[in-house]
Each structure stands twice: as structure tokens, then as C-alpha cells.
Design a binder for this molecule. Sequence first.
Ligand SMILES: [Zn+2]
Length: 289
Amino acid sequence: MPLFGSHVSAAGGVSKAVARAVEVGCDCLQIFTKNNNRWAAKPLSEKDIAAWRSAMDESTLSNPIAHASYLINLASPKDDLFQKSIDALVVELERGNQLELEGLVVHPGAFTTSDEADGLDRVIAGVTEALARVEPGSCRLLLENTAGQGSCLGHTIEQLATMIGGISDNKRVGVCLDTCHAFAAGYAIHTDDGFAEMMKEIRGKLPKGCIAALHLNDSKKPLGSRVDRHEHIGRGEIGLDAFRNVISDPLLSTLPGYLETEKGTDEETGEDWDKINLRTLRGLLAPEI
Ligand SMILES: [Zn+2]
């Protein structure tokens, strides 16, 4: 059975996320290790780190990862924002290593007033500098595929392959594959053929072992909309059958999958949405009676 989990709040301290993940029945979890809408971060204290480690040790959770700040833009043509993004990435990678996380997911960034080729070069240079400044540890940098909003890079497998291929220390980088983003970017994963086609491209273009994590989200917006709006599993434009394909695929089924769907409770049943979505995913793998 693959590992399924969710992005959970770390409000009150990173260790607090563990109990929240356990409560909804996660096998794995994703957190923000700092406020994701701010540049500044108070360093993690020895106490924060110890509390996180002991909470993780006492739980059955594995494969903890973090999502990096949304402010980071490694593709920016503006030197100040580019440098600020690298500095922020260094801090987030160091925090990931301190917390013994398996990965840090980052959106490659938007090239804004430059162009695709310059943007891709910037991402490669930015990641290369950040990795050179961080002592290697547990935390691998995971570039996430994007929906392709505006000038955001990473919406094609080709672009991800270019970025990974350009980073010489590429054992320390990988990809986090988001189902909603792939669909919004134009990969027709809602059909068997469309999904097979995307997987063929992944196998052909990305190095073996490159995809390290899945973001499991349905999409509110249609195929190719290039708009990033997550929906509960099986309740959006992608649909349940597609998720069965994703989590049964030989390349993907061994990876941890994290929900990034809306929190709260179902108005009709009062049940927690993470619980519902995790049950839906696990139900797709249950033998049919
Ligand atoms: Zn995602």
C-alpha cells in the first residue's frame, strides 16, 4: 500500500503538526517550516528540533517533507529578488536538514519580463548556488511541476528535465509531481490514454528515481486551463479513475502522496475532509468485492 498523507498546519511550532497528521490518519506529512508568505524566519531552536524529532519518533508517520515559501522566485530576472530567493532557499534547506525531512518542495518560479530560456537558466543557477551553500543532508530539493499560470516555469516535463539536467549536483534534486497542476497544464490524465502518454514522457525525459513525491489533488478547473485550483479527490475535473491510475502506476505507487486539498469538514456529514480524501484514496486500492 502506498503512503498517503496531507499538508498539515505547523501553527504553534513544527512538532504540533505531527499530532494533527496522526489525528486524520496520515502515513506521511508535509508542513511549512516557517511562515510561507514572509521572507523572515526565526531560527529553529534546539527545543523546536528536539520536540519535532521525538514527536515523529513516537508516531507511525514517515516521509516528512516541507513546502517552501511562495515568495521564492528562482526564475526572476530581477537580481535582488533572485538573490533573496536563493538566500531564502538556503535557509529552508537548512531547516529541512535540521528536521531530517526527506524533501523541500519548491515552485521553480516565473520569468516575468524575461523569457523561458533565461528563466530556466536562472533556476539552474539559483539551485546550484543554494545547494553549494548548504551542507548535504537528508533534505532533497524537489522542483514541483506547475499549472503554468502566467510565466510560471515547470509546467512541462521538458522544462523540468532541462532544469534537472542543468544542475550538476543532481542527486540532491528531484521532482514533486502534482496531479492538479499536470492536468491544468494540459496533461490529459483524466483519461487512460492521456495518463499513459504523460508517464511515457516522464520515463523518457526524467532521470530514473527523479520523481520523489506526489501531490494528490483533484482540479476545480478544466484541462489546460493553466489555473491552479485544488479540489477534493474525485470531486473535480480529474475524477476518481484517474487517481486509481496514478497510485497504481509502477513508477508512482511506491512514492509518498500528499493531499493539498481544502481543510474543514463536509457540511453534510460533518466529517473532516482530510479523513474523507485519505479514505477515498485508500479505497481505490482495496480489492473489489
Ligand atoms: Zn502542489
